[in-house]
Design a protein around this ligand. Structure first.
Ligand code: NAI
Length: 295
């Protein structure tokens, strides 16, 4: 089935460069009217101008598409609201939101300052939460919405020197896990992309040139298009890079019920059973765990 965004309004944050730019261009190619948000700052979050967003708007217009630029920071509450307000003012509504904007302040945890921690959490986790908060009632009221969060393998699995980033990125999975429940009755679906792509964010990481060249950001965008489409699932994490696409899921082992008399020694004695993942299953919501324990 064709993935079309004809008649849809899509917001992409951090769309002045890298992955966000690719997503914005592809939404436009597939018929969406696009709000291109970008603060236009440097990778560590300093500086800013709306020129980056305006440049992508011009690219979309050159394709015959419709787009507007927004130069606000997602980490600013009023700025985040302005992104959704601009969508309403220019195009009347919002159907799709891709929370993509991001910065890095990589340091080992010993060297990380609390300012580095706060900035990264502010942009990735709170920034995504703020823009989502502004779009959420509109989507619920109209009975349609598609939101894509952007996580990272650094959050899902860890990466040396990225404690701030990893914490913020996995926080987005937590946000999705509850919003998927709160949105489902109103046809608002929330999914997450875990991209791997050659952008300015990854160019200093020492990835071999032959690999870096294959990690085209355009090869992440197809997964984002599907996760933002009418056919999209909800609550799904997809890892995507260089043409590879795979679902990621948190699962829980079968476990063991030691009962009221459980002791530390019994935990030790049953350790192999406790950590045996051969019969692990996913949980659709937190209360599933309580149900599992008591049935
Ligand atoms: P990028 O640095 O090329 O793009 C990020 C964009 O976000 C920039 O244009 C920047 O100006 C904008 N931005 C930063 N702070 C902002 C703010 N407060 N408000 C609005 N815009 C802001 O990096 P890339 O690689 O395209 O990253 C896009 C997303 O994908 C980020 O969330 C990143 O963490 C995530 N990601 C990227 C991976 C990769 O391999 N490139 C891996 C995993 C996650």
């Amino acid at each position: 089935m064709a993935v079309s965004f004809e008649g849809k309004v899509a917001i992409v944050t951090g769309a002045g460069a890298g992955l966000g730019r690719c997503h914005a261009l592809e939404f436009a190619r597939r018929g969406a009217k696009v709000v291109v948000n970008d603060l236009g700052g440097s990778m560590d979050g300093s500086g800013g101008s709306s020129e980056a967003a305006q440049k992508v708007v011009r690219e979309i217009e050159a394709l015959g598409g419709q787009a507007i630029a927004n130069g606000a920071s997602v980490a600013d509450e009023a700025g985040a609201q302005s992104i959704v307000d601009d969508a309403i003012r220019a195009f009347g509504t919002v159907d799709i939101l891709v929370n993509n904007a991001g910065v890095l302040r990589d340091k080992s945890y010993r060297k990380l300052t609390l300012a580095d921690l706060r900035l990264v959490v502010d942009v990735h986790l709170l920034g995504s939460a703020y823009v989502t908060k502004a779009a959420w009632p509109i989507m619920l009221d109209k009975g349609y919405g598609r939101i894509v969060m952007t996580t990272s393998s650094s959050g899902l699995y860890g990466n040396f020197g990225q404690s701030n980033y990893g914490a913020a990125k996995l926080g987005l999975v937590g946000l999705m896990n509850t919003l998927k429940l709160e949105g489902s009755r109103n046809n608002v679906h929330v999914n997450t992309i875990a991209p791997i792509a050659a952008t300015r964010m990854t160019e200093g990481l020492g990835i071999p040139a032959a690999v870096f060249d294959r990690l085209k950001p355009e090869l992440v965008t197809p997964a984002v298009m599907f996760l933002a489409s009418e056919q999209a699932p909800t609550g799904t994490i997809i890892e995507a890079g260089a043409g590879y696409f795979a679902k990621v899921q948190i699962v829980e082992a079968k476990g063991v019920k030691l009962g009221d008399g459980a002791t530390a020694e019994q935990v030790e004695a049953h350790w192999e059973q406790i950590i045996d993942m051969s019969e692990a299953v996913p949980m659709s919501q937190g209360s599933d765990v309580t149900r599992k324990i008591f049935t």
